[in-house]
Design a binder for this molecule. Sequence first.
Ligand code: PLP
Ligand code: COI
Length: 368
Amino acid sequence: MTTIDTDPDTGLDPLEFSVTRNLAAKNAAERDAILASPGFGQNFTDHMVDICWSVRGGWHRPRVSPYGPISLDPAAAVLHYGQEIFEGIKAYRHADGSVHTFRPDQNGRRLQRSARRLALPELPVPYFLQSLRELIAVDGAWVPSGDDQSLYLRPFMFAKEAFLGVRPAHKVAYYLIASPAGAYFKGGVKPVSIWLSEDYSRAGKGGTGAAKTGGNYAASLLPQSEAYENECDQVVFLDQDRNVEELGGMNVVFVYKDGTIVTPQSDSILEGITRDSLLQLARDRGHHVEGRNVSLDEWRQGVASGDIVEVFACGTAAVVTPIGTLKGRDFIDEQPTGTLALELRQELTDIQYGRAEDKHGWLYRLDA
Ligand code: PLP
Ligand code: COI
């Protein structure tokens, strides 16, 4: 078990996790075969973490156990009313073998904000951090060391109380699973094509758009299928005033001719940690950064006039991906290609993989 001190900010003592080893864990050869070509989200490590919560008992029974199916009462509220949230964060192996993650306090805090919106209990950030460390303590060998590879960590929480009344559940489970990851898009970093969703929204004013909750992703699947039918990789959503929101699983960033960087800002967009970090790196280079409404007209006219010189998408899973094409029902706009997106991508991943100085103190070591 990892040794963790009382948290100085919250005064919380660390949880005492029970650890049950997986007797059917993959051997080194089986693991290496998976790590040689991990794909995304298809293979899982040997263990998982879970912590229970109940109105009476608070957070209790922290466990590390063999990865495997979980049993759920068919009346569990999550299966009926979708009371569920999740996070996405990666562990990176550095050249000296050590394992680090990136700004996990931000993911821990976003999980709390999502929890608030979905009427779920807020997992204290120190418990969130400890869950990551406990899993790496048993499954650290699953962090790959290849170029652009990582171990994708997926924390999630759901209502498990068996009750069909519509109210916040009294029993909840927090889990953490992990999956070795290579490139999110097949073919690595190349410009993606984006389908403009005109008939469907992802979120609405006062809705759950800013929370990382399964329902937002469920709402994106039909428009995502429409994107595939139109030979596009991803879908972009507009709000009710035809302002650009985000893609199904990534934020959008526009680069202007004068060096200004603009990203949509509203209560219905997920506050991306990758985006926040890239914008900080851009500010460090002297770019002026704005978070504000960007209408579809501003995007299309800016590209047509040459005012917008680059458009890219970003998120933990896909990192940074230039947008090559925007396709709507009756138009195809080729997007200008610049170099900033890939330069910022390099700068960010150099920090994440320990190849460049971590000036902002963003790295958090998981294996010590
Ligand atoms: N927007 C959505 C809808 C997402 O699912 C994600 C991915 O997590 C992001 C934006 C980017 O967020 P982050 O950079 O924190 O991964
Ligand atoms: C992530 O980037 O971590 C996400 O959660 C996006 C998801 C669509 C894979």
